[in-house]
Design a protein around this ligand. Structure first.
Ligand code: SAM
Length: 294
């Protein structure tokens, strides 16, 4: 199974694995890499620290859709968790942060919040005037980063009840509202609720594609944002390539060509490591919404 176990007894193994691309040379190679360390409240930090997670052998390569790890249970046995089984991961306090931040070096919400802050500063717009719809909000890490840059009003949307429960459990008070909804079939009550929030920015971080948020749901969220508002998104670079079949490359390319999307910042960055320690490269885009997507 694995040689990479983290947790108290094997901290060196975890540091060796996640630390591999955290070196200065890796930072130069892959651009602005984050610290890969999320600083949450103390109880969450303690829960994270107590968890033991093991990855598959680094020589096994999995499609990003099929990645998995095993997690030690209170009785000492190990259970397998597919990375895309978010409902199970969110049920365990600290597990999402342990897997993606501590072991796999993700720092994407902080990276994107900083990029957004740069764009806001460049447009002389105050972060506390922005009213964010955070789509695929998960357990609220993006809301925490948005609060750090000065955003005072964020509304979370996620398809999973477990995500909303985890956000309320681990980061209470960050979202003004948190809707559990499928935006491919937005009900009229939920649509009214979103309209009442007078949203001026959409953030979608680490949540587009891969059987997660499809283009149709992104469009619905986009339509909730006022013209002149902001769109902050990350996408795996392959979804922006010409041969992409997910629909995202076409949607973004058409949005840019029509002028509906005006890019303010666009950067390639390392989203996280794959379980074989190779970097997963994403693009981060901060754009102004200038009109409807075609
Ligand atoms: C990798 S997590 C990212 C969470 C958060 N944005 C972050 O950066 O910490 C992806 C999230 O997208 C949510 N998701 C997947 N499909 C979705 C859909 N169709 N509509 C809304 N949320 C969805 C998942 O439930 C999960 O919470």
């Amino acid at each position: 199974m694995t040689s990479t176990v983290n947790g108290l007894g094997a901290a060196a193994a975890a540091a060796g694995h996640a630390g591999h691309l955290g070196t200065e040379s890796a930072r130069r190679e892959h651009g602005r890499l984050g610290e890969g360390a999320y600083r949450g409240p103390e109880t969450l930090a303690a829960a994270r620290k107590g968890l033991r997670v093991a990855l598959p052998e680094p020589s096994s390569r999995y499609d990003q859709n099929d990645e998995w790890c095993v997690v030690q249970q209170p009785d000492g046995s190990w259970s397998e968790f597919r990375f895309h089984d978010y409902h199970r991961i969110f049920d365990v306090p600290g597990l999402y942060e342990k897997i993606f931040y501590d072991v796999l070096g993700c720092d994407t919400p902080r990276f994107m919040a900083d990029l957004f802050a740069d764009a806001l500063a460049g447009s002389r717009e105050a972060a506390d005037d922005v009213r964010v719809l955070d789509l695929g909000a998960g357990n609220g890490i993006m809301a925490e980063e948005l609060a750090t840059i000065g955003v005072r009003h964020a509304v979370g949307v996620d398809i999973l009840t477990e995500a909303r429960d985890a956000a309320e459990r681990d980061r209470p008070g960050l979202y003004a509202d948190y809707l559990v909804a499928d935006l491919t079939a937005l009900g009229s009550d939920a649509a009214r609720t979103l309209a009442d929030h007078r949203l001026t920015a959409l953030t979608v971080v680490a949540a587009l594609g891969f059987g997660d948020i499809p283009p149709a749901a992104f469009r619905t969220a986009y339509d909730q944002i006022a013209d002149g508002g902001w769109v902050v998104l990350t996408l795996k670079d392959a979804f922006l390539a010409e041969d992409d079949t997910s629909g995202f490359a076409r949607m973004i390319a058409d949005g840019l060509a029509s002028g509906a999307l005006e890019v303010v910042r666009r950067e390639r960055f390392r989203h996280r490591l794959a379980t074989d320690a190779s970097p997963l490269v994403y693009e981060g885009i901060v754009a102004r919404k200038r009109g409807p997507l075609g």
